[in-house]
Design a protein around this ligand. Structure first.
Ligand SMILES: NC(=O)c1ccc[n+]([C@@H]2O[C@H](COP(=O)([O-])OP(=O)(O)OC[C@H]3O[C@@H](n4cnc5c(N)ncnc54)[C@H](OP(=O)(O)O)[C@@H]3O)[C@@H](O)[C@H]2O)c1
Length: 345
């Protein structure tokens, strides 16, 4: 088993449960092979010094991390492709962020860590701490995946692609030439959904309970030359004169708020009695799988999907960045690990 840096008083400590390897085996030549029996190619060598690690040290930075599914997903992926490694939780409270996060980033630059996911509350903050941002990270204004290339820290975002890969498979989005998106919430995940929709050329209506947050989202995209983002007050959801009721395009209604998530499962971001626009619904929440929002949308005749597929896709795409192994190769194992029907990915 490969150990990361010896823990010191100052270094962020992963929880003990995450110190074991994914397979429980010592590295052997066989562990270096991918699912299709091939050795990872040069593209897999995304470490600081250009060498492919014998064991991957991966992890998740955020706070709080209590119920994260990421360790389950990434350990399943490592095991499925026969790579040695581990996935740790770096639960860094905001008061320790300035001290501990730079150390983690140095570990990435120095090749002692091979990949980090980033979640609430650091997705936007880390954009300022990396040397390079990929187009997706710059476009979303948020980073959920970190790695080093030639000693430079790269911030990437797989939420947008994860949303798109899942939504287009599970909803009939290709059956109409264009859609308009109605986005409930204006936080980090909403930006990823907006980025994915705008890349399709679809207009985005964003509704937030704090109108200034919806405006800030619209401003972020307009500054990039993407003008089709329209902020609205939260109360406008069921206004019959709103473009999502009067417009020609079908509506992809997306919940990007935590409303309806366990334990508040009785709540819904959309009035259950409607009215509902014509189109489809997607809930980024995945616990429970069928939220009140998803159930009510289905009752109203809209095809609807939950966010578990997006979670699996964003993880598989992050794993691809770190190891070079195509997301498609690890998706089945990741899906199985979280109880997602393979037909759904
Ligand atoms: N499926 C996936 O792969 C995936 C990926 C990312 C996120 N998610 C889920 O997406 C949700 C949002 O995540 P995030 O990272 O964007 O969080 P975030 O940055 O905290 O944004 C949450 C948004 O929801 C709004 N909101 C919260 N409570 C609300 C309420 N009661 N009524 C109306 N609006 C409310 C927030 O407004 P205020 O700022 O005013 O509170 C904010 O606009 C979470 O449930 C998260 O688990 C899923």
């Amino acid at each position: 088993m490969m150990h990361h840096n010896p823990p010191t008083a100052d270094r962020p400590r992963p929880t003990a449960d995450h110190r074991r390897t994914a397979t429980g085996h010592r590295p052997t030549a066989d562990h270096q092979r991918t699912a299709n029996g091939q050795r990872p190619t040069a593209d897999h060598q995304r470490t600081a010094n250009g060498q492919r690690p014998t064991a991957y040290t991966l992890g998740l930075l955020g706070h709080p991390l209590g119920h994260s599914l990421s360790p389950v997903l990434h350990r399943a992926a490592l095991q499925a492709v026969g790579l040695e490694g581990e996935y740790r939780l770096y639960d860094v409270p905001p008061e320790a962020a300035e001290r501990l996060i730079p150390q983690l980033l140095d570990d990435l630059r120095g090749g002692r860590l091979h990949g980090l996911n980033v979640t609430i509350p650091y997705k936007q903050q880390v954009t300022a701490w990396v040397e390079d941002l990929t187009d997706a990270a710059r476009g979303c204004g948020a980073v959920n995946t970190l790695y080093a290339e030639a000693g430079r820290l790269v911030g990437h975002n797989t939420d947008a692609a994860g949303f798109w890969e899942d939504a287009r498979r599970r909803l009939p989005l290709m059956e109409a030439p264009g859609w308009q998106v109605v986005l409930l919430g204006a936080g980090g995940a909403a930006r990823a959904v907006a980025y994915a929709a705008l890349r399709q050329g679809w207009p985005v209506h964003v509704l937030a309970r704090r109108l200034e947050q919806a405006r800030a989202l619209a401003h972020h995209f307009r500054a990039q030359g993407r003008a089709q983002v329209f902020p609205h007050p939260w109360e406008r959801r069921t206004d019959p004169a709103a473009p999502w009721f009067t417009g020609r395009l079908p509506v992809l209604l997306v919940n990007a708020t935590p409303v309806g998530m366990h334990p508040h499962t009785q709540a819904s971001p959309w009035p259950e009695v409607g009215p509902w626009p014509r189109g489809a619904a997607y809930d980024l929440v995945y616990n429970p799988r069928e939220t009140r929002f998803v159930a009510a949308a289905r009752r109203a005749g809209l095809p609807a999907a939950d966010g578990l597929g997006m979670l699996v896709w964003q993880a598989a795409l992050a794993f691809q960045r770190w190891t070079g192994i195509p997301a498609r190769e690890v998706l089945p194992a990741m899906a199985r690990a979280v109880g997602l029907d393979l037909r759904e990915v």
